[in-house]
Design a binder for this molecule. Structure first.
Ligand SMILES: Cc1cc2nc3c(=O)[nH]c(=O)nc-3n(C[C@H](O)[C@H](O)[C@H](O)COP(=O)(O)OP(=O)(O)OC[C@H]3O[C@@H](n4cnc5c(N)ncnc54)[C@H](O)[C@@H]3O)c2cc1C
Length: 261
């Protein structure tokens, strides 16, 4: 089964073609060169992307079982946050204003400041079987998980922390509202990518419809009609300039897909 998706509307950065995306049902079997899309909040799509697939609604569920809270990988973070509030569970406060699906968040080990989604995870089920957290190599914005994530089991702990929710809200006050993929680059060890970009003149730097935001230099924003080529140009320019001035190699946090020939 396929669905036509207009990535100019679906992706958070509002860039991408209108293409057919394969809707996956269990058991999933797709070639290695296909790309799994969650909410597309962290992916920059070229005009001619690789083959794309996304999980069906069968993977959108939240079920409390004896071994933990089972959450389908297609479930949106906001839905899990509402569930946690209702059931008075802690550990999900970070999901406030963190856009995406649980599958995408786990693959990226999404987080904010010192908190990351992996803290609360017990195990993950993929099309290759169950993997315990202790068997997964993960770190700052990555988790080495092969294949397609089906569901994630979290440790349900008591009491939803409204004070923490407010703290997370406050941390986002400097975040631009224009379409973006969130942070463009990962912070290099001991440094802030935003500060480096600002130091070397990239805050507000604009090419066509794309710019490093005036509000937060590490947000690559689409100010209207921005294109893949403009986004990639700015990313490459920033990497080149920061490296030549500081010898620090910025690594994109955004997953940049390449055109297929
Ligand atoms: C305004 C804004 C603010 C943001 N703030 C933050 C933040 O504070 N912290 C943070 O960490 N991120 C942040 N992000 C980035 C984004 O929210 C996260 O990366 C999130 O995890 C993306 O989830 P997604 O479902 O959209 O994944 P996608 O962008 O669709 O995919 C991300 C990666 O996960 C893979 N993937 C998706 N689903 C699956 C699956 N089922 N199985 C295997 N692989 C899969 C994709 O192939 C891709 O490599 C922000 C983005 C925006 C737009």
């Amino acid at each position: 089964m396929y669905k036509t998706v207009d990535f100019c509307k679906y992706s958070s950065i509002r860039i991408g073609p209108k293409v057919d995306v394969k809707i996956l049902q269990e058991p999933v079997s797709i070639p290695d060169d296909w790309v799994i899309i969650g909410g597309c909040n962290n992916i920059l799509l070229p005009p001619n992307p690789p083959k794309l697939a996304m999980l069906s609604k069968d993977f959108d569920f939240i079920t409390l079982k004896d071994d933990g809270l089972h959450v389908g990988a297609a479930t949106k973070g906001g839905k899990l946050l509402s569930y946690a509030k209702k059931k008075n569970l802690s550990g999900f406060e970070i999901l406030q204003k963190l856009p995406g699906t649980i599958g995408g968040m786990v693959k990226m080990n999404a987080g904010l400041k010192g908190w990351e989604i992996f803290e609360n995870i017990k195990k993950v089920r993929t099309n290759k079987g169950w993997i315990l957290k202790s068997q997964i190599e993960y770190g700052y914005r990555f988790a080495k998980i092969d294949g397609v994530i089906y569901e994630v089991v979290f440790e349900p702990k008591e009491e939803f922390d409204y004070k923490l929710l407010k703290d997370f809200e406050a941390m986002r006050l400097n975040q631009p509202q224009d379409p973006s993929c969130g942070s463009c680059f990962k912070n290099p060890p001991g440094k802030s990518a935003g500060e480096l970009l600002q130091m070397y003149g990239f805050r507000g730097k604009r090419v066509g419809g794309m710019a490093f935001s005036q509000k937060h230099a590490n947000f690559l924003v689409n100010l209207g009609g921005g294109t893949y080529e403009q986004a990639v140009y700015l990313i490459n320019e920033a990497k080149k300039e920061v490296f030549s001035k500081s010898k620090i190699l910025l690594e994109p946090e955004i997953r940049i897909l390449k055109n297929i020939s």
